[in-house]
Design a protein around this ligand. Structure first.
Ligand code: P71
Length: 460
């Protein structure tokens, strides 16, 4: 393909109309939603960049697979297809399907985490943190310092600071550490990849201190793509072989299939070869998710995941996706919008701390920017910052997030370059008036995972 062109390796067979409602109606909708974009009706949104989770367009092959769902309670043929596919891609012996990623977490984590334990990660996602805490543990993040400087290029900003991680293990004693979770790509730091070298080092740390190492595998294929494109030694290796190597260093994974498996619902627990853990997971799955050959999914859903896993590791698909997101990021950056650089795997993360320095973290600058972008172009992004992080469970104080990001998350195979251009233009349009944007305060604040249902209002 000629350089500079990024032609999708698919054509579009079915469309869903979208509509930009008038500005006055957007204003009313935002007010009614309590200045929280989660509470909008999707019909009030023109371009929906809330998440890449479950918002993907399935292929004709996946839809055809849906018609071949074997809805037997036990031993569905789609389960075995899914299991064979996971074995083929990851070289893991056992799987238990779950209804989505957090279903996998609620089954696996309590089996590994005891009251008072620490769980170490490059950066926990909010549901993994929540499940660590529900199991009585404390979640600790050890991302490299380079990730905090959004302007500075680093090819693997998702990496662990291995020295700091080891220091913490020595300080607390290995008996106080339950496990290590590697989040690939590291969502909360900006969809940033973790290098194979780093995965290997973390794995060695796990072996040295006898700690299980778990992959939070939602965006495993995008992580492999970055390794292939940024490490010379891996340039000629296939995505599949890179994935095999990545997962050879870990003991188990929890996966939200709603991302790189390109489906709308589903999750998987994968276990490399630990029979004892597998048996525990299977038993625990029954009361929480379902019998271990369906785990909360219909047979047709498992078939769509099996087929999606194979499509999601195709190089042309991954290259088009990552390049498309990069194009959006580069356009914003060259127009003076600060972003997490380099651009991550599934989203462009706008640095709202930098763009709106007049709004302190307690007033949620990224949420204020998200609301303004909705008013401007009917675009729904999502806050990844202090609003999402919440309060210290012990003191009740608002925690200051290391980042205040407005995440523009790109669903798979859904939007074209012209949609993304509209997004870029809309954000560039509001750049000159950002100093007029007001901070927010709560009018209703729920105790847990507050960002989903909180109500806010602008501070006059
Ligand atoms: C994302 C999500 C989904 C989400 C979560 C909260 C608000 C809005 C949207 C989910 C993840 C994830 C990682 C790394 C586990 C889960 C849970 N991400 N690990 O980024 O990113 O998976 O949603 O299937 O339960 O928008 P689940």
């Amino acid at each position: 393909m000629p350089k500079g062109l990024n032609v999708p390796p698919y054509k579009i067979k079915m469309v869903e109309p979208i509509n930009l409602i008038p500005k006055e109606e957007r204003k009313k909708a935002l007010k009614r939603a309590g200045y929280n974009l989660f509470s909008l009706k999707s019909e009030e949104v023109f371009i929906d960049l809330l998440t890449d989770s479950g918002t993907n367009a399935m292929s004709d092959n996946q839809w055809a697979g849906m018609m071949r769902g074997d809805e037997s309670y036990a031993g569905s043929k789609n389960f075995f297809h899914l299991k064979d596919t996971v074995q083929d891609i990851f070289d893991y012996k056992h799987i238990v399907p779950t209804h989505q990623g957090r279903g996998a977490e609620q089954v696996l984590f309590p089996l590994l985490v005891d009251e008072g334990d620490y769980v170490l990660s490059n950066m926990h996602f909010d549901t993994t943190k929540a499940h660590v805490e529900l199991a009585g543990g404390t979640a600790k993040n050890f991302i490299i310092d380079e990730a905090l400087n959004t302007d500075k290029y680093h090819p693997f900003k998702g990496n662990f600071d291995v020295d700091k991680t080891e220091k913490f293990i020595k300080e607390k004693g290995k008996d106080k550490i339950a496990m290590i979770i590697i989040t690939i790509t590291c969502n909360s730091a900006g969809g940033q990849p973790v290098s194979l070298e780093n995965i290997k080092k973390v794995s060695q740390l796990g072996k040295k201190y006898d700690l299980p190492v778990i992959m939070d595998a939602a965006r495993f294929a995008e992580n492999a793509f970055f390794i292939k494109s940024r490490v010379q030694e891996y340039e000629n290796k296939s995505i599949k072989n890179i994935i095999k190597e990545m997962f050879s260093y870990t003991d188990a994974f929890t996966m939200s299939a709603k991302k790189d498996a390109i489906v709308n619902i589903g999750g998987i627990i994968g276990i490399k070869d630990d029979e004892e853990l597998y048996n525990k997971v299977r038993s625990q799955a029954v009361p929480l998710e379902g019998f271990p050959t369906y785990g909360g999914l219909a047979g047709r859903d498992m078939e769509a995941i099996a087929r999606g896993l194979k499509e999601g590791i195709q190089y042309p698909y991954l290259k088009h996706r990552i390049d498309q997101i990069n194009l959006l990021g580069e356009k914003l950056k060259s127009n003076g919008i600060p972003i997490q650089y380099p651009v991550g795997g599934h989203a462009v993360f706008v640095n709202a701390k930098k763009l709106l320095p007049h709004i302190p973290y307690q007033q949620f600058p990224a949420q204020a920017l998200a609301n303004e972008l909705y008013l401007e172009g009917g675009i729904r992004g999502v806050e990844i910052g202090s609003l999402l992080l919440g309060r210290d469970p012990k003191t009740g104080e608002q925690i200051e997030s290391p980042f205040e990001f407005l995440r523009l998350t790109i669903p798979r195979r859904v939007y074209t370059d012209s949609h993304l251009n509209f997004v870029a233009e809309s954000l560039i349009n509001i750049k000159d008036r950002v100093d007029k944007i007001k901070g927010l305060k709560f009018t209703y604040e729920p105790d847990i995972l507050r960002h989903f249902t909180a109500r806010l209002k602008p501070i006059e």
